[in-house]
Design a protein around this ligand. Structure first.
Ligand code: GLP
Length: 243
């Protein structure tokens, strides 16, 4: 595990974008796993800038997003489909046929998730997976529980996640109670994983996840077992972490 601690959010975002750009330049047709949430927004802004400056090219890149809320369609501004288009895809030269996201409106969870796993496999697996981390240590929408899940699946969101994500919705009743998500297995099979964490309110969880035991009750802790894992965080997020 490689740890990079930056002064603030902007530096974290630049460090992450530089790492992603370097990997994209090494392998222009790479399979890139992407995350939503407020944390990667600055990273995506930098990537958009690099794309406009011709420093990075999305034309041959294939993407797979981590997760999607159940029941929200593409037009819904709170859907991850909308978020990704608004914050990245609509501003770079990506081939939109190469964008893959779970479809939260498909009522057949089994079918949707199995076909997502198959698509990832057919694409040759994920080369680089970008991750954020929830306040309770969740990655994608893999909530704390008693086991690690393998492939994509449906999850019921925990109260703390619903509360943390309500800021994006008009009121808490509108936050979906379930989502489709990649499993821990999908994430761990990525050749390289980069996680971004920002802010003092996640410092405790960072210490638990990366100084503590590897347990599914703190889902992010499993990344300690990944052999090419880079953790980039600002100094507030790192304030309780010991290197
Ligand atoms: C959501 C997403 C996660 C993300 C997390 C943290 O639950 N499913 O992929 O990492 O939020 O979000 P934020 O970066 O806004 O704290």
């Amino acid at each position: 595990m490689k740890v990079i601690i930056t002064e603030n959010y902007n530096e974290m975002s630049k460090a992450a974008a530089d790492l992603i750009a370097e990997e994209m330049n090494k392998k222009p047709n790479m399979v890139l796993g992407l995350a939503t949430g407020s944390t990667p927004v600055g990273t995506y802004e930098n990537l958009i800038k690099y794309n406009k400056e011709n420093k990075v090219d999305f034309s041959q890149i294939t993407t797979f997003n981590l997760d999607e809320y159940c029941g929200l369609n593409k037009e819904n501004e709170q859907s991850y489909w909308y978020f990704m288009h608004d914050n990245l895809f609509n501003h770079v030269n990506i081939n939109h046929n190469n964008i893959n996201m779970l479809d939260g409106t498909n009522p057949d969870a089994e079918k949707e998730c199995t076909s997502y796993d198959e698509k990832i496999e057919k694409a040759g697996g994920i080369d680089l997976q970008v991750l954020g981390m929830g306040h309770n240590g969740h990655i994608a929408f893999n909530e704390p529980c008693d086991y690690y899940s393998k492939g994509a699946h449906k999850v019921e969101l925990q109260e703390s996640t619903i509360n943390a994500n309500k800021r994006f919705f008009e009121d808490i009743s509108q936050v979906p109670r379930a989502s489709y998500t990649m499993g821990i297995g999908n994430i761990m099979h990525a050749k390289k994983v980069v996680m971004l964490v920002s802010g003092a309110e996640k410092a405790e969880t960072v210490a638990k996840a990366f100084n503590g035991a590897i347990v599914p009750q703190v889902p992010a802790s499993v990344l300690q077992l990944h052999n090419d894992f880079v953790l980039i965080m600002d100094k507030d997020a790192a304030s309780k972490f010991s290197k």
